[in-house]
Design a protein around this ligand. Structure first.
Ligand SMILES: Cc1cc2nc3c(=O)[nH]c(=O)nc-3n(C[C@H](O)[C@H](O)[C@H](O)COP(=O)(O)OP(=O)(O)OC[C@H]3O[C@@H](n4cnc5c(N)ncnc54)[C@H](O)[C@@H]3O)c2cc1C
Length: 408
């Protein structure tokens, strides 16, 4: 049987493994962690959100970003320390301003497509992941932000998304738990939320039962190509080195993909854009009653939320341009906890779990899904701020590309 190696068992690797196995391939997944979904797919914002498909490659975002550099607690933190990768990536990011509209429209339609596949995968694999079908509510406190949202809405509509504009009363009707003063909102009924970690782990279990091999605790330390096939070398938990050749390889290694691609002669210019989340464990009935069920996006604070069952409330946001740095900084977590207290004072923030993850972001903010230069080399990576939303579409897409090569 044709044998594919998949490097990375986050959401992109696990969904790719699932699709390739269903198509009848032999699949071996490698990950440096002991379990799937231990990096960026661990505790993200939880939103399956076509309504958040706006790409960030926009002059307005850049101007805001520059202002935020001088504001403590701002949603963006930039470490100016010189690094060739950082500055060259930012130049390429700026060169993509011209593609802002087209990429937002495309991302919207891919996200809509992806949500359907996610529903199908969860049903086929029998995965429970605290899915909540209560839509995503964007709310606004400043007129300039609401005005920008109207323009974004035109692009989302071109991508096929039905998003309803709301008066403040309608915002409070949809989510009575919101107590702060808002000037309006947008509601996307078709968007939903869930726990990315539960979904990925559940799908990995189902994939293993279907015959996928998971080589965990295996750090892919090298990869080369003999002209015909890729050869993967890895170091296991005990430090022993191994290598094996495969008919093909799919790189789904998140922020590790750039380095692996370079070894294969491909340029996949992913930069790690750090974000933070808190998971508020709501152990008491009063907190549970005070927490919203609709998923929220506070556009001014750039904060997203998801209710994960009765007793967990996920709040995520911020972007930090600071290299491959996994530190969880107290000063970046504090604004998230404070946001909960300000907006939902009835929720106890006594029991809060902080987390940080690195968004694998391409400078055009579009995932890299397709073939590499060498035979049998494929990529499904670089999904940036929307990897959970786009993952099931992109796994199907790379599966189709791979399958079509075999049928030529
Ligand atoms: C704060 C925050 C909030 C977010 N909120 C949302 C949201 O609400 N909705 C949404 O759609 N998206 C959201 N995202 C984005 C989304 O979480 C990511 O795009 C997605 O998780 C990336 O998945 P991945 O599989 O590409 O990477 P990862 O999950 O990081 O998986 C890559 C895997 O590759 C492995 N790996 C890497 N290199 C090697 C190597 N050399 N050898 C072996 N293994 C290797 C790693 O161990 C890792 O397990 C958010 C991200 C952040 C940070």
């Amino acid at each position: 049987m044709t044998h594919y190696a998949i490097i990375g068992s986050g959401i992109t690797g696990t969904t790719t493994a699932w699709v390739l196995r269903k198509k009848g391939y032999d699949v071996t997944v490698f990950d440096r962690h002991r379990y799937p979904a231990m990096e960026t797919s661990f505790a993200n914002g939880g939103q399956l959100s076509a309504s958040n498909a706006e790409v960030w490659t926009n002059i307005g975002t850049m101007i805001k970003g520059v202002k935020w550099m001088f504001t403590p607690d701002a949603p963006l933190l930039f470490n100016p320390k010189p690094s060739w990768h950082k500055y060259s990536w930012m130049m390429e990011f700026a060169s993509n301003f011209r593609n802002y509209k087209a990429n937002t429209i495309t991302t919207t339609s891919l996200a809509i497509e992806s949500r359907k596949h996610m529903t199908a995968f969860a049903e086929e694999a029998g995965v429970e992941f605290n899915r909540e079908n209560r839509g995503i509510l964007h709310f606004y406190k400043k007129q300039s932000e609401f005005d920008h949202a109207h323009k974004v809405n035109e692009l989302l509509a071109k991508g096929g998304l039905d998003r309803k504009r709301l008066t403040p009363d309608e915002v409070y009707q949809i989510e009575p738990a919101i107590k702060s003063k808002v000037i309006g909102g947008y509601f996307t009924e078709s968007d939903f939320t869930g726990d990315i970690h539960k979904f990925t782990v559940g799908l990995a279990q189902a994939a293993a039962e279907a015959g996928v091999t998971f080589n965990m605790n295996c750090d892919v330390s090298d990869i080369d190509h003999d002209g015909d096939k890729p050869n993967v070398s890895w170091t296991d938990f005990n430090g022993a080195r191994h290598s094996a050749s495969f008919d093909g390889v799919v790189v789904t290694a998140g922020v590790g993909s750039r380095d692996i691609a370079a070894r294969l002669g491909d340029r996949v210019n992913i930069y790690p854009v750090k974000g933070y989340s808190i998971t508020v464990n709501m152990d008491d009935a009063a907190s549970q009653a005070a927490a919203p069920w609709a998923s929220l996006l506070d556009d001014g604070a750039k904060i997203v939320t998801a209710r994960l069952g009765d007793d967990r409330f996920r709040v995520a946001g911020t972007a930090e341009i600071n290299g491959e740095n996994y530190d969880i900084r107290a000063d970046r977590i504090a604004p998230l906890t404070r946001w909960v207290q300000e907006n939902f004072p009835g929720i106890s923030t006594e029991n809060v779990i902080p987390w940080a993850g690195l968004r694998p972001m391409m400078p055009n903010m579009m995932p890299r899904i397709g073939k590499g230069k060498k035979r049998g080399v494929y990529y499904n990576t670089g999904h940036g701020h929307l990897g959970w939303t786009l993952s099931c579409y992109s796994a199907e897409a790379i599966g189709d590309i791979i399958h079509s090569q075999h049928n030529q």
